[in-house]
Design a protein around this ligand. Structure first.
Ligand code: FES
Ligand SMILES: [Fe+2]
Length: 331
């Protein structure tokens, strides 16, 4: 019998990720000084212009490769710390102080990446503007409730030494909750479960006690309460491949009660604690990405949502969906 989920692994499959908007940091981190960030093996420099609009450029100066995050923001431009060449948000070089009267050649320009701010996060589309034929599709948040001003959002973040696929599966996994989280969110959860979930193309929805877990392929996850009245707690997480086997997690724990901002600390800390309980386990998983065919790990009914995710990931690997290769950046 042919196993429709079996596929022949190609080496490069472990190096590709869906090409989409990834959160790279908090908007509040980026003030009047440039900062350096990494995404999919690429080093980027982020800065704000005079209007406060954030921009992302390739991190190293086209002149002699100095790290542009050592430079400064001046008059809306990013000025390199070495010879003070200045760049605008599109990467165009507008000043070479050593030759003020001379026409600036095109090779003095650097590369820029699309960047947007949404829900307090800076999101990057991981292709340079010169690689893109048009502006990328806008970021579609998993649920507009995230922009609902009724909720106070407590931010938290972490970085795990794990492949994106393993990290995503950990938040689709209901059976581990009473085991790994037996001191926190899983204290009252029964070990025996009947999994209830539905899935379509890019979305998986799992009923879990009083909550519903939503997942949008490839990078967004949201927990909402089943009840629609009274005190409510939501939790949003987004996943960002920093390297092939390093994934950043940015979270927003939202509440429509106890709204004074001083309480944010408590909610952020609790969410971080829960993630910490998962971290050691997920970082221990081998093979590092999920294996290349369904038959290569053992599945039981409780793993239904993860099996569904694997099918979607294999579909991504075997189709012509937009992809980005981590190692390209090393070139
Ligand atoms: S290295 Fe940046 S201006 Fe020379
Ligand atoms: Fe967990």
């Amino acid at each position: 019998m042919v196993d429709e989920h079996y596929r022949i692994a190609r080496k490069e499959d472990h190096e590709v990720f869906p090409c989409t908007w990834y959160a790279i940091g908090w908007a509040r981190e980026l003030k009047d000084k440039p900062i350096k960030k990494r995404l999919l093996g690429r080093d980027l420099v982020l800065f704000r212009d005079q209007q406060g609009t954030a921009h992302a450029l390739h991190a190293y100066c086209p002149h002699r490769g100095a790290d542009l995050s050592l430079g400064r923001c001046d008059g809306g431009l990013l000025e390199c710390a070495y010879h003070a060449w200045s760049f605008d948000g599109t990467g165009k070089c507008l000043d070479i102080p050593a030759h003020p009267g001379r026409t600036i050649p095109a090779f003095a320009n650097t590369k820029s990446y699309p960047l947007i701010e949404s829900i307090g996060l800076l999101w990057i589309y991981p292709m340079t503007r010169d690689q893109l034929e048009s502006e990328p599709e806008p970021l579609k948040l998993i649920n507009p409730v995230l922009e609902n001003q009724d909720y106070v959002m407590a931010p938290y973040d972490t970085v795990w030494q794990a492949h994106l696929t393993r990290v995503v599966e950990s938040v689709l996994d209901v059976a581990h909750v009473p085991i790994v989280h037996n001191k926190t969110i899983g204290k009252k959860s029964p070990k025996e479960i009947t999994i209830e979930f539905e899935a379509d193309d890019n979305h998986i929805r799992i009923r879990n006690g009083g909550g519903i877990l939503h997942y949008d392929f490839p990078q967004q996850w949201l927990l909402t309460p089943v009840k629609t009245e009274g005190s409510q707690f939501i939790n949003f997480v987004t996943f960002t491949p920093i390297e092939q086997e390093v994934t950043a997690i940015y979270g927003l724990a939202g509440r429509n009660f106890a709204k004074f901002p001083g309480m944010n600390y408590v909610f952020s800390r609790y969410s971080s604690k829960v993630l910490k309980e998962d971290q050691g386990i997920v970082e221990s998983q081998h093979p590092r990405p999920i294996p290349d065919a369904l038959r290569m790990e053992a599945h039981v009914p409780a793993d239904g949502p993860q099996v569904r995710f694997r099918q979607r990931w294999y579909q991504f690997l075997t189709s012509d969906e937009p992809r980005i290769v981590v190692s390209e950046a090393k070139a």
